[in-house]
Design a protein around this ligand. Structure first.
Ligand SMILES: Cc1cc2nc3c(=O)[nH]c(=O)nc-3n(C[C@H](O)[C@H](O)[C@H](O)COP(=O)(O)OP(=O)(O)OC[C@H]3O[C@@H](n4cnc5c(N)ncnc54)[C@H](O)[C@@H]3O)c2cc1C
Length: 417
């Protein structure tokens, strides 16, 4: 049976009618006990399991997913990957992820279609240009790539942008990060799943965690729709449902869950080869490798677990798109969907021990956790395997809400995906 993907194996399997491929991952029944159980089969949970096995030699590990792999936000997001944040702590985190993404396809032996086509965040006034310059300086000081663009350079990157005299949001320039880009979201989940399975990790789908086993004040496992599973350590990586599971574990998190929606157009000929975000409209978009225009915007604002989104926000996002690219008024929109994102007051993630010993947190990524999947998994694996923080995750501990050492990226960089 063939497991490794290569041009030679593809050719050989082609001659055999593709009958010899091994399944990408097994579907085992859950065992009664593991050294570690990770709740949530999204990118962060799967990456955690992979790095537990690869970096720390922990193979007796399970990922428990209530639906199907990547069926949460990992498979619903708009796939933008960048590290253009303001604070050193954030750049260290997201640039670590970006560096891991740069070698991930080769490492996982899975084509994640990482395309470093760059991201331009467009400024619309002198005041916004000053903020843009401040962010570029901060990014450069923090050791990541950043460039301040004037208006002509922005139009060079995206020639179809609205440059008419009646533009409501005139283009003054922007922040450019050339190493940023997009990847194939399903492939990131599937690549991690396949590689983790290769190390012996059990990936259990259609199994919902319904509660926690607590003994002597410590988390000793999980209750699931398929029975109890004991564990030496439990990791929580359930994104928009972190608050729900934290309540089952007996504590509250400073998290609100919101719907975040996106949409794609029909595929059209190549016309946009970068990712563009307008600060004025909050709309961002890029062209997928299939030719579709992928469009996203802000949160739905009413806390909710809906995965459909709502028309007022769609109207806002689409009017933003038409302001940016008037010629896209001809496009037919094909699909629209939403995911549940977990938003924290300072718009930075929570990685660290939870108030229940033995249970570790990876949550609060809000609208921006796809870009951080490799780092989130790496850091959570470090936490579970060693019981202590990696230096990159320390500032993102839950204790920052007690000490006041917030990493307020909403104020610092005006984060949007
Ligand atoms: C429309 C949209 C656009 C976005 N755009 C971007 C972007 O451009 N760039 C970016 O970086 N980020 C973006 N994001 C955010 C990003 O998708 C998320 O932050 C990220 O995917 C979170 O990954 P995760 O693995 O933590 O969660 P998820 O992928 O949501 O995985 C969590 C899993 O936990 C499972 N689960 C929940 N409860 C239980 C339970 N009780 N038992 C077992 N399993 C459970 C769920 O079924 C789910 O599969 C976007 C999100 C959305 C919705």
């Amino acid at each position: 049976m063939t497991r490794r993907y290569s041009a030679f194996n593809l050719f050989r399997e082609g001659l055999r009618g593709h009958t010899g491929w091994q399944p990408a991952w097994r579907s085992p029944d859950p065992k009664p006990a593991y050294d570690a159980v990770i709740i949530g089969g999204g990118g962060h949970g799967l990456a955690t399991a992979y790095y537990l096995a690869k970096n720390h030699g922990m193979r007796n590990v399970a990922v428990i997913e209530k639906g199907w792999l990547g069926g949460g936000n990992t498979g619903r997001n708009t796939t933008t990957i960048r590290s253009n944040y303001f604070y050193p702590e954030s750049v260290a985190l997201y640039d670590f992820a970006l560096k891991l993404y740069e070698g991930l396809g080769r490492e996982l032996n899975y084509n994640i279609m990482f395309s470093q086509r760059g991201v331009v965040t467009v400024a619309h006034s002198e005041a916004e240009m000053e903020i843009a310059a401040r962010i570029v300086n901060a990014m450069q000081i923090n050791g990541t790539d950043a460039e301040l663009l004037g208006p002509d350079a922005v139009f060079d990157k995206a020639p179809l942008l609205n440059r008419g005299p009646k533009a409501r949001y005139p283009v003054f320039g922007g922040v450019w990060q050339g190493r940023a880009g997009v990847a194939r979201h399903d492939a990131v989940a599937w690549g991690y799943a396949r590689a983790a399975d290769g190390f012996g990790v059990d990936i259990v789908q259609n199994c919902e965690v319904t509660g926690f086993i607590v003994e002597n004040g410590r988390c000793a496992g999980v209750e699931t729709s398929r029975g109890s599973i004991r564990a030496g350590a439990v990791g929580l990586a359930v994104a928009g449902h972190s608050g729900v599971l934290a309540a089952k574990a007996g504590f509250a998190l400073p998290i609100q869950s919101y719907s975040l929606q996106a949409m794609v157009s029909e595929p059209v000929k190549p016309c946009l080869d970068t990712v563009v975000l307008y600060l004025g409209t909050g709309t961002y978009l890029f062209q997928s490798d299939k030719g579709e225009i992928v469009v996203g915007g802000g949160l739905d604002r009413v806390p909710s677990y809906a995965q459909r989104g709502n028309p007022p926000m769609q109207r806002t996002v689409l009017s933003g798109m038409l302001e940016m690219f008037p010629s896209f008024g001809q496009l037919k929109m094909l699909r629209q969907w939403a995911g549940n994102v977990d938003v924290v007051p300072d718009s930075s993630p929570i990685i660290g021990p939870s108030p229940l010993p033995g249970l570790f947190l990876n949550c609060g990524w809000g609208t921006g956790g796809f870009k951080s999947i490799p780092a989130g998994g790496w850091l959570m694996a470090h936490l579970i395997a060693t019981g202590s923080h990696h230096e990159i995750s320390r500032p993102f501990d839950l204790d920052r809400f007690a000490t006041g050492r917030l990493v307020d990226e909403a104020a610092g960089s005006g984060i949007a995906h």
